[in-house]
Structures are given as C-alpha cells and as structure tokens.
Design a protein around this ligand. Structure first.
Ligand SMILES: *Cc1c(COP(=O)(O)O)cnc(C)c1O
Length: 410
C-alpha cells in the first residue's frame, strides 16, 4: 500500500454555506459582488478577535502581547488589532504613522528595524515611542533629536544573540546579522547610551520567524531570558522592558501541523514568575505578526481562462504573484510548495487536479500547482488560504502593470 501523501490541515476556521465559503458569515459570491472587483484580500475580523482571545487564555496574565504590523499593515486591520493587543511594533516611520492613526498608545509602540533614517528617528522621538536601537549610529541621532525637540528619547537595545531560533523559516538572530547589536558589543553601547543621556528602558531580542516547533520557541525564550539577565547586570538602571520576540508559525504546507501553544504558555508562565523575582521592574513582551493575522485572511482571484495543456488543466486567474508573492513560492521558500486553496464558490463541485496561475508572463506566477480543487470554470473564485500575513504589502504590485489588489476587513 502506498502511504497517502501529506495533506494540508483543514482550513476549519472558515465555515461554508452551500457552495460558498463564508468570510465572517458572508458568502464569498456576495462578498465578491460587494467588493466590486477581483482580485481581493478579505480579512475576517471575528477570527482576528478569536485568535487574540485564544492566546490570552494560554499566556500568563501580565505578559504584554504586541502586534508586529509588518505582517499586515492594512489600516483597518491595524486599528482592529490596536483595540485587542497591548502594543504595536512598527518597522518604519510609514508604519508608525499608520499605528498612530489607528489610535495605538504611543507609549506602547516600539520601532525596530535596521537602517532607520535620521528623519524617522526624529519622528519616533516626537511621537514618544520606544526605539529599539540596532546600531551605535542611532544613538547620536536620537540624542540630537531629543535635544532639538526637548523630549526624552526612549530607547531599548536590540541584541543580536549568540544563538539561533532552531527550525525557523527565517533566522533573524545569531551569527553575523544586520539586526541588532552583537552581544559582545552591548556593554560599550550601554555606556554610550548613558553618556548621551538617553532614557534606557530595556532589551529586545528577536531570534526568528515562522516556527512550528514549540520546543524550539521555548528554548529560544529561555535563552533570551538568561541573556537578558546577564545583560541587565551590566545596566545602570533596572530593566523596565524585555521583549522576548516571537516567531510563532502557522501551517502553510502539506504535512505541517499547527503550533502546540500549551508548552509555550507553560514556559512563559515560568519566565513570568522568574521575571517577578529577578527583573522585578520589567514588563515582559512578546511580539507576533503572522500568528495573529495569517490564518484570518484569504486571497481571492477570479478565473479568466481555463485551458488544457498536454493534459494539465490550467486556471488562469486575474491575479497572482503580483499580489501574493509568498503563495507563489517566491518569498523566502527554498522548495516551492502549495498553500492550501479551494474554489470558494464551488465547494461542492467534483474535485479535479488543476493548476491555478496568475496572469503574469513568467512561469514563477504559480498559485496552486496540480492541486485537487473543486472543478472550476471561467468566472469562478480561486481562494488561497493562510493569506492574512505578508500578502499585498509584501508583493511586487507594479510588476507587469496589472490593477492593484483591493483589501477588505469583513
Ligand atoms: C518581522 C518581525 C516580527 C514578526 O514576525 P512574524 O513571523 O510575522 O511573527 C516581529 N518582530 C520583528 C523584530 C520582526 O522583524
């Protein structure tokens, strides 16, 4: 007997009615009519709310949950999230403006990212947000901005740790990195912060992204905590802020299972207890992007043409990698695999092996490669699941000059 090939986990977060997928209760056909054009991204606001509630039920009380808005910077989404989480993490002054518009409390906004330009640092000081400093260069700029504006510059030090987050889709700490300040250089940078009179609040560690192994995440959190303890001993003031990072992943590909949160919750309970004793003034923070929003969103594109080439069925759609680079496999994947997908207005149709592609003149423009999908025809709506993070804003919209994608929060 041949073993059954690994399947995608069921996308059970979305209900259905008849042939239609439901996005927060709205049948997809009707939603497409109300949006008025395809392609579009649809985010389900009740799923966003449920995700945060579910996390809060597992995480220790008092642990601050931040939304890293680069995962989905759509203003309506950021506004919804700002009402649910304890803070917003921004990675540019552009994102900062969106977060402030969304009503996020500046005191609970932090700004990380390499290569912050002088005007961006000045905007951060003027806004009163916490800057996660990534290099000694930023200190001089912050001091000047603070003096010019007559406002304190609130700073945390982003540390490039001496370990990695094992099994991460993207590693963002350990070894040589453009992110943060190497552990070895931290004492010197702390001295300079003090000399420049900056308001030092604590440390930021972020080891990696898209991790599905609870054990690895717990290990990285423990190592980050231990490292912060060592570094706190070098700091003149008590640490008020310790960001342990995130990296919580979601299942995208066949065979991947959802992250087991229970051990992570238990580990964070332990770390909170230790923090109360060993860093009594510190607020503990985790920052999540994709885990909060990724599973709540779909990308919807209409079939423009259906053709058969040497036996293979092609659904040629009105959008592809120009709107959804990551589903096409070109955003950091080593081997291309399919995102979960369906035909969202034909859920009860007979399945058939079909290939969904976008309209771009490149073989890279692939959304679903030989997947078993409900049989689709011209006019039908191909749905790519797990599309709430790193979608429109992470895609080359102008490549080939097709219309922009619409985004709605339902
Ligand atoms: C990108 C990023 C995040 C969010 O990562 P996700 O994988 O979306 O959770 C959080 N913190 C920092 C510093 C980042 O650069």
């Amino acid at each position: 007997m041949t073993p059954t090939p690994p399947q995608h986990v069921p996308m059970a977060q979305f209900a259905s009615a008849g042939d239609d997928l439901l996005i927060n209760g709205q049948p997809l056909t009707r939603l497409a009519a109300r949006v008025g054009s395809t392609p579009f991204y649809a985010m389900d606001r009740s799923l966003l709310t449920q995700r945060v509630q579910m996390l809060r039920s597992v995480l220790p009380q008092g642990l601050k949950l931040h939304y890293a808005m680069k995962a989905n910077p759509m203003p309506a989404v950021v506004q919804h999230m700002a009402g649910l989480v304890d803070g917003i993490d921004v990675a540019s002054a552009g994102e900062l403006l969106v977060a402030l518009d969304a009503g996020a409390d500046p005191h609970e906004i932090s700004f990380a990212g390499p290569g912050k330009r002088d005007p961006e640092l000045r905007q951060a000081v003027a806004s009163g947000v916490l800057v996660n400093v990534e290099s000694a260069r930023e200190l001089a700029v912050l001091e000047a901005a603070s003096q010019a504006l007559g406002l304190p510059a609130r700073v945390a030090l982003r540390v490039n740790p001496d370990f990695e987050l094992k099994g991460s889709g993207m590693k963002m700490g350990g070894g040589p990195k453009q992110f943060g300040v190497d552990v070895e250089q931290v004492p010197a940078v702390l001295d300079e912060m003090r000399a420049r009179g900056l308001q030092f609040e604590g440390f930021h560690l972020f080891a990696g992204s898209q991790n599905l192994k609870a054990e690895s995440i717990c290990e990285a959190q423990c190592k980050s905590f231990e490292l912060a303890l060592r570094l706190a001993a070098l700091s003149p003031q008590a640490i008020r802020f310790l960001n342990l990072g995130g990296g919580f992943g979601i299942p995208y590909f066949p065979g991947e299972q959802p992250l087991d949160l229970a051990p992570i919750g238990a580990n964070l309970h332990e770390l909170m207890l230790r923090a109360r004793r060993e860093l009594p003034e510190a607020e503990l923070v985790i920052e999540l992007g994709r885990y909060l929003v990724g599973e709540a969103g779909v990308y919807v594109t209409r079939v423009v043409d259906r053709k058969v080439s040497r036996g293979q069925v092609y659904l040629v759609c009105d959008g592809g990698l120009n709107h959804h680079l990551s589903a096409s496999g070109n955003f950091g994947q080593v081997i291309r695999k399919n995102y979960p997908a369906t035909v969202g207005n034909r859920l009860r149709a007979e399945p058939e092996v079909q290939t969904a592609v976008g309209p771009l003149c490149t073989p890279l423009d692939l959304l679903a490669d030989r997947m078993s999908l409900p049989r689709a025809d011209i006019g039908d709506l191909v749905v790519i699941f797990q599309s709430g993070a790193y979608g429109a804003s992470a895609s080359p919209a102008r490549f080939l000059g097709h219309p922009a994608v619409t985004e709605v929060l339902v």
